[in-house]
Each structure stands twice: as C-alpha cells, then as structure tokens.
Design a protein around this ligand. Structure first.
Ligand code: HEM
Length: 377
C-alpha cells in the first residue's frame, strides 16, 4: 500500500514537473526562429518596424528561456530521487513524436504572437508592428495546423502498431471489432467496461486507423489478464485528453483560416470581424493546452508501463516515503502556480505598456509610441 502511494504521488509529481517545464521550451524553440525572421526581414527591408517587433518578442523569449532553465533543474532532481529505474530510450515512435512536438511549438508561438498582438490591438495599439505580428501569428497557425493534423494522423497509425492499448483507450473502444465509430462524445464507464451516451461518426475510427470502413480496431478487453489484472491505461483520462488536443487543433484550424480569409478579402486587420479578432485572445495559450493534453494522452496512455511490455511503472519507482513525496509535491505546486501567474502577468504587462506607448527607448533609440503610429485615416 505504502509503495502504491509513493508510486501514485511520484507520478503526479512527475506530471506536475514536466507539465510546467514543457510550457517554456514549447515557446522558446519556435520563438527563437521567429526572432531570426524579424532580424532577417529588417536586414532585407531596412524597415525598423521589424526591429520593434524583435525588441518586444526578445523580452518574452528571455523570460521563457529563464523559466525553462529553472524548471528543468528541479526536474532532474526529481528524476534522480523518485525514478531511479528510469532510462531514456529511443523507440520506433521517436521520429513521429519529434515532428509532432516541433510543430506543436510552432503553433504555440503562432497563437501566442497572434493572441498578444490582438490584445494590444484591442487596447488601442494599432501601429505597423502590431499589424505585422498579428498577421504573422495567424499565418503561422494557418500554415502549420494542416501539417500538424496530418502528422498527428501518421503518429496515431504508428501508435496503433506499437501501443494498441493506448489507441483503444483514445478511441474508447472496448471490443476488438470492425466498423468502429469515431466517438465525438462518450462517458466511458470503467467499472461496467462500456461507454454511456455515445455520439459518434459511423465507421470513423475504422476508416482513420485502417482506411477501411470495416477495418478492425483493437479493443480494451484484449488487455485484461486472465486473473483480471487490467493491462491497459485508465480510459477516461486518455479518451478526454486526446479529445482536448484534437478539439484545440480543430479550433486552431477554424480560427486561423477564418482570419486569413477575412484579412485577404477585407483590409488587413480592419477586415477581421470582431468575434474573429477577439477569439485570438483566449487562443493565446491554446498551444499550451493542446501540448499538455497531447502529453497526457501519451504518458497516461502508456500506463501501466514505462516501456510497453518491458518495464512497468511500479518497477521503476524509488522507495521514498509517501509523506516526503507529498510534501515536496505540494511545495512544487504552490511555486509553479505562483510562477505561472507571474509569467502571464508579465506578458500582459508588456503588452499593456507597449499599447499605452509609455515604454522607454530601446537601447537608446527612440521607439515610436503606439498612439503616434496609428495611421491618419
Ligand atoms: C488535430 C489533430 C491532432 C491529432 C490527430 C493528433 C494526434 C496525436 C497522437 C496520435 C498522439 C500520440 C499519442 C501517443 O502515441 O503517445 C499525440 C501526442 C501529442 N500531441 Fe497531438 N494531435 C493533434 C493535434 C495536436 C496539436 C494541435 C498539438 C499542439 C499544439 C499537439 C501536441 C501533441 C503533443 C505535445 C503530444 C505528445 C507527444 C509526446 O510526448 O510524445 N497535438 N497527438
């Protein structure tokens, strides 16, 4: 029992640490390239607006980088104390994961840039810089999301081959069978081993996973040992995390394409209907949401295994007393919550300061205030 508690608490602590840490590399990986792009555009055009964008976003980069480094340090401690049996392993899904996660970073940054720029815009900052960055964010989103959906689909086929129990949980499919629907909604009942309130697209899951309407999809009931031991992951957590990731991806598709459509047809940002412009605000952190949901699908989805069929999670956990794991977990959660609030507040503060045009000069050069740069109409 004691070991079980340590296992569960260590898993929650692992999830808390990695969830917090991953937020920041997800931003810096792609934002670094966006900064290179700003400088390149400035070198090509000599338009100082690109440097203005650079100076704004380099602050976000610096802040995110610092947060990433600091949160990464606690992560390595926690690996050593709680998971002595853990080993990092290359596996057949690694190329799919790499592509999917790099695209996730691009999308996170695209929507962050568009979201913060939309916030500045609604606060009255209508300068050339904010126009360029809002457009850039929307274009990044619109260009990357179809590739991400395709990459996600390929990733799913690979998972079907190597971790079929995870796919069965993602699809909420209990029996191995053909003509499996794509469930848009259901409440998996893990006690009764069935779904309640299913709403699905007939044959959808079979079509996506096997490219045939009657294609066979593995069922969760195949992963129960004769003595009743459940060898598949918790169904609800995986089923719902997967839907949050895919649902967020669909919202990204809808919003970025709608924005591009209206910007082309209309007059740039002014052509955006209010709901489309405002929708970018809550979507500023949509990349984080999809990334965390995707990561939960992956990590909860491989339970009860650390390495499927080879190393079980309980075999890798250390023997730290549960009370100790619980107390460090609480400390982590409090600090992470405070840091997260501080990080988001700084971003909003930077946007507001810029929108008010009260920022000091950058490196001694004057920066055009937002109010001055509203074009005379
Ligand atoms: C919309 C269509 C999408 C599909 C079909 C899809 C599909 C998948 C699949 C099948 C997995 C892997 C489960 C596994 O085998 O471990 C996964 C994981 C993941 N997804 Fe998605 N995904 C989509 C959208 C997104 C979006 C929009 C993001 C982020 C912006 C995202 C971020 C992730 C992340 C970070 C992981 C975990 C990867 C890992 O840790 O190895 N996904 N996705």
């Amino acid at each position: 029992m004691e070991m079980m508690d340590t296992l569960l608490l260590s898993r929650i602590q692992f999830a808390a640490n990695i969830s917090f840490h991953i937020l920041f590399p997800t931003i810096t990986i792609a934002l670094g390239w966006v900064l290179v792009f700003f400088k390149w555009r400035f070198a090509r055009t000599g338009d100082s607006v690109w440097m203005e964008a650079y100076f704004f976003w380099v602050k976000v980069f610096a802040l995110s980088f610092a947060m990433g480094v600091v949160s990464g340090i606690t992560m390595s401690f926690q690996f050593g104390t709680n998971w002595p049996g853990f080993a990092i392993i290359f596996n057949p899904s690694m190329p799919y994961r790499l592509v999917h996660v790099l695209l996730a970073s691009g999308l996170t940054v695209g929507f962050l840039i568009a979201g913060i720029s939309a916030l500045r815009w609604v606060m009255g900052d209508r300068g050339a810089e904010v126009r360029k960055t809002l457009r850039l964010g929307a274009i990044m989103g619109a260009a990357l999301i179809p590739v991400q959906i395709y990459a996600g689909d390929m990733h799913g086929l690979n998972t079907l081959e190597y971790q079929p129990a995870k796919v069965a949980a993602m699809e909420g499919n209990w029996e191995t069978q053909g003509n499996v629907p794509l469930l848009l909604f259901a409440l998996p009942d893990e006690e009764a081993r069935m779904n309640r309130f299913e709403i699905g697209i007939p044959n959808g899951a079979s079509l996506i996973l096997t490219h045939r309407a009657d294609g066979e999809v593995p069922g969760l009931n195949d992963f129960v040992a004769e003595d009743g031991t459940v060898l598949h992951p918790p169904v609800n957590a995986v089923f719902w995390s997967f839907r949050v990731m895919v649902g967020t991806g669909m919202a990204m598709l809808l919003l970025s394409w709608a924005a591009l459509f209206f910007m082309r047809r209309g007059r740039g940002i002014e052509g955006l209907p209010r709901p489309v412009l405002w929708a970018f605000l809550p979507m500023a952190f949509s990349g984080w949401l999809a990334t965390l949901a995707g990561w939960y699908t992956t990590e909860i989805g491989r339970q009860p295994w650390l390495v499927t069929g080879v190393l079980s999670t309980d075999a890798a956990v250390g023997d730290v007393p549960p009370a100790l794991v619980a107390s460090t977990l609480i400390a982590y959660l409090v600090i992470y919550a405070a840091l997260l609030v501080a990080y988001v507040s700084v971003l909003v503060y930077l946007a507001r300061r810029k929108a008010k045009g009260t920022h000091p000069t950058e490196a001694g050069r004057p920066v055009s205030g937002a109010i001055q740069s509203i074009p005379a109409e």
